[in-house]
Design a protein around this ligand. Structure first.
Ligand code: F2R
Ligand code: MG
Ligand code: MG
Length: 309
């Protein structure tokens, strides 16, 4: 297969960021317990009637805006944008919210990042924004690995959070050039170092190889569905790869049925699926109901222009 043209790449950059936002916004009503769901019914729609997205998309946009402005990864600039972008009604994780408020008060992110959990957060907040780095540094695996680590450390310094972010960013970068799902999962297994990720990637690889399609409950039991990176990153990668040639909304139905952190698993799976299929594959009616669609499309356009792809 030849390399995709610049036009195709542009379509896939948009597919990735819009897929992330759509997975986030469509998944948000299903995330959390009764109270969180009730709250989202109150704040989940804009005055114009559009579906709101959550922290997953906000932090991805903050990151993309920084990359576009600087032309490189600059963690001080990114940390400032994360802090300025914080808004309680976008449903940030409790630890991340505290870290961002500290940075907004002037604390260095290197200190703030360890203030809540001395070993750093192992939540999936570092991974949910990592597809943007997968786009920016696609085809440059060593730079990608370094950048993902640095950007995760701003709020998620735990090794489990960093490796989850690396797997999601790498899956996005690989999906962009659209190889076989089995090739992607094999490459990710070579990337994983921590036992928990090696074990879960092996489960995912076996299911994909055998064409086995475990029901949602077995999927969640095998790969996880919680806020922890180790319980949601491989889940999202597996679902994206299983549904890579099926409609986006079929994939999201699987994410919702697996339950747990639905907005974030939907965002990460949506980004990987969108990177492979482009914006043309996303459902038009749902896209029309998404808030700030033009801003997301423009961010994807300018991020694409900042790369050599
Ligand atoms: N905040 C939400 N959803 C609210 C409803 C969640 C509900 N209560 C539920 O449990 O299902 N969603 C957003 O948060 C997630 C991203 O989280 P992030 O940025 O990783 O946050 P945080 O606070 O850093 O970590 C999440 C939780 O994991 C536990 N944790 C993390 N590191 C820990 C450590 N070193 N030691 C002990 N516990 C640790 C804590 O419980 C953290 O609060 C996304 O889903 C996003 O959509
Ligand atoms: Mg969220
Ligand atoms: Mg979430």
């Amino acid at each position: 297969m030849g390399s995709p043209t610049a036009g195709v790449m542009f379509d896939r950059f948009q597919g990735c960021l819009l897929g992330l936002a759509l997975g986030d916004a469509l998944g948000a009503p299903y995330e959390g317990g009764v109270l969180e769901r009730l709250l989202w019914r109150l704040v989940g729609t804009t005055r114009e009637g559009h579906m709101r997205w959550t922290d997953d998309t906000q932090m991805s946009l903050d990151l993309v805006d920084s990359i576009i402005a600087i032309g490189a990864i600059d963690c001080d600039d990114i940390a400032g944008r994360f802090a300025a972008g914080y808004c309680w009604s976008r449903g940030y994780g409790p630890g991340a919210a505290k870290v961002l408020k500290r940075i907004a008060r002037g604390e260095d992110w290197r200190v703030a990042s360890r203030a809540v959990y001395p070993e750093g957060s192992y939540g999936n907040g570092g991974a949910m924004r990592s597809p943007a780095i997968g786009l920016f540094l696609a085809g440059r695996p060593e730079e990608l690995s370094h950048a993902v680590r640095q950007v995760s450390m701003i709020t998620h310094a735990h090794p489990m959070a960093i490796e989850g972010a690396l797997l999601v960013a790498s899956a996005t970068a690989l999906a962009l050039v659209r190889p076989d799902p089995l090739e992607i999962i094999a490459r990710l297994r070579q990337t994983a170092r921590l036992d928990v990720y090696q074990r879960k990637l092996l489960i995912a690889q076996r299911w994909l190889t055998a064409g086995e399609e475990p029901p949602a409950r077995a999927l969640a039991a095998g790969l996880g569905n919680s806020l922890a990176a180790s319980d949601s990153c491989v889940t999202s990668i597996y679902i994206a790869l299983r549904y890579l040639t099926q409609p986006f909304l079929e994939m999201l139905r699987c994410v919702a049925a697996a339950g747990g952190d639905v907005d974030t698993i939907g965002a990460m799976a949506g980004a990987i699926w969108g990177a492979a299929n482009g914006i043309g594959g996303l459902p038009e009616a749902e896209l029309a109901r998404l808030e700030q669609r033009e801003r997301l499309m423009d961010a994807a356009k300018r991020l694409h222009q900042s790369t050599r792809l």
